[in-house]
Ligand binder design. Structure first.
Ligand SMILES: *Cc1c(COP(=O)(O)O)cnc(C)c1O
Length: 365
């Protein structure tokens, strides 16, 4: 069967070799007589898979020794609440301050949850007045004295904007890297915590990866439910409860594929090059296609564009679909077209999109 060119924003395309291996190994895992997804998560066979995924994450992301790697559930969305619960609240009732960079749809959601959880949450910058078309520079941020951290979204998946260079500030950093995870190195010194759902760049849905500095674990309040405490998971190698075994297994395979394809530096170069192919097609179309984002902040993983009218957008999308280019519709909140170009999307898919954009513009321009 033909695979389509799948530009889905999440869950994402996985390497074909990974999907095939999963299929081949599904019924009888390593001669155990059962599938990995039917096995006890306390079984040594599963344990090896679990720790390999953790080790690969640590190695590929060059995670320092004084950080824990956590394999959680609940998506990046649950982190919107867990971060302020663990880092802003205290058992003594002290209200610590934390700043949020409001850079688009995901940051808004993160901030909304933080406000529910803590009176200490404040907006350090908002791009709402500019329709979320860029990220702030460091000197535009309003950081309150004694802030515990600054939370930012390194790549806004819906708006197609990214932080071009990570901030170097006096305040500790916390980042939602859901949609550019494993596409750029993390300068760890400034960070206390980094999180992301696996389904954008790393694997299937169901797994959330958190990297947390160990010094953060001790300060978390004890008066929150145990699953929501980072130290519960750090102290149990993310086996405090039943982990999402399928997603962890599959993610391990994708991480091995990333390692074999140049690691994080390879993925970074690949993301820059492939997103440029689409931006070049947009910029070279004499205005037939337009991208609203400040050029320096254009996402390397989610390329958004619109045509002259919503009718043309719709015609583009249906013709693209008929030509085997799937899931190009922009998020329902903004419309237009969005091509998500995550790590495992084959370069042929990007070439096919750029070719199609040329033909469509020639026929309709
Ligand atoms: C997709 C996404 C989320 C939400 O992720 P879930 O895993 O579905 O909860 C949060 N932040 C960003 C930047 C995202 O792209």
């Amino acid at each position: 069967m033909e695979r389509v060119h799948n530009f889905c924003a999440g869950p994402c395309t996985l390497p074909l070799t990974v999907v095939e291996e999963l299929s081949d190994e599904l019924v009888n895992f390593q001669g155990s007589g059962m599938s990995l997804i039917e096995m006890s998560h306390r079984d040594p066979v599963y344990d090896a898979v679990h720790h390999e995924t953790m080790d690969l994450l640590r190695r590929l992301c060059a995670v320092p020794d004084d950080f824990s790697v956590l394999l959680l559930q609940g998506g990046a969305s649950l982190q919107f609440g867990m971060v302020p619960m663990n880092l802003l609240a205290t058992d003594g009732g002290e209200v610590r301050r934390g700043g949020w960079v409001i850079s688009g749809s995901w940051a808004k959601k993160a901030y909304a949850d933080a406000q529910l959880v803590s009176d200490g949450a404040y907006a350090a910058w908002s791009g709402a007045d500019e329709d979320f078309t860029r990220m702030p520079s460091a000197d535009e941020l309003d950081i309150v004295d004694d802030s515990r951290f600054l939370h930012f979204t390194s790549n806004e998946t819906i708006g197609g904007i990214r932080v071009p260079e990570f901030y170097d500030l006096d305040v500790r950093l916390v980042a939602d890297m859901s949609s550019d995870f494993l596409t750029r190195p993390i300068p760890w010194d400034g960070f206390d915590l980094v999180y992301g759902g696996a389904q954008k760049n790393l694997g299937p849905a169901g797994l959330t990866v958190v990297f947390v500095r160990d010094s953060v674990l001790a300060e978390a309040p004890k008066a929150i439910p145990s699953y929501l405490r980072y130290d519960t998971h750090a102290g149990a190698d993310s086996l405090a409860n039943t982990p999402p075994v399928f997603a962890i297994w599959a993610t391990g395979k994708v991480l091995r594929w990333i390692e074999a394809n140049g690691g994080i530096e390879g993925m970074e170069a690949r993301a820059a090059e492939r997103s440029s192919m689409v931006y070049d097609a947009i910029d070279g179309s004499s205005g037939f296609y337009t991208n609203p984002v400040d050029k320096a902040c254009r996402s390397h993983t989610n390329v958004v564009f619109t045509l002259a009218t919503p009718e043309l957008d719709a015609a583009f999308l249906s013709e693209a679909e008929a030509n085997g280019l799937a899931n190009l519709k922009g998020h329902r909140s903004v419309g237009g077209v969005r091509a998500s170009i995550y790590n495992a999307l084959p370069t042929e898919s990007v070439t096919a999109l750029v070719d199609f954009m040329g033909h469509f513009a020639a026929a309709n321009g």
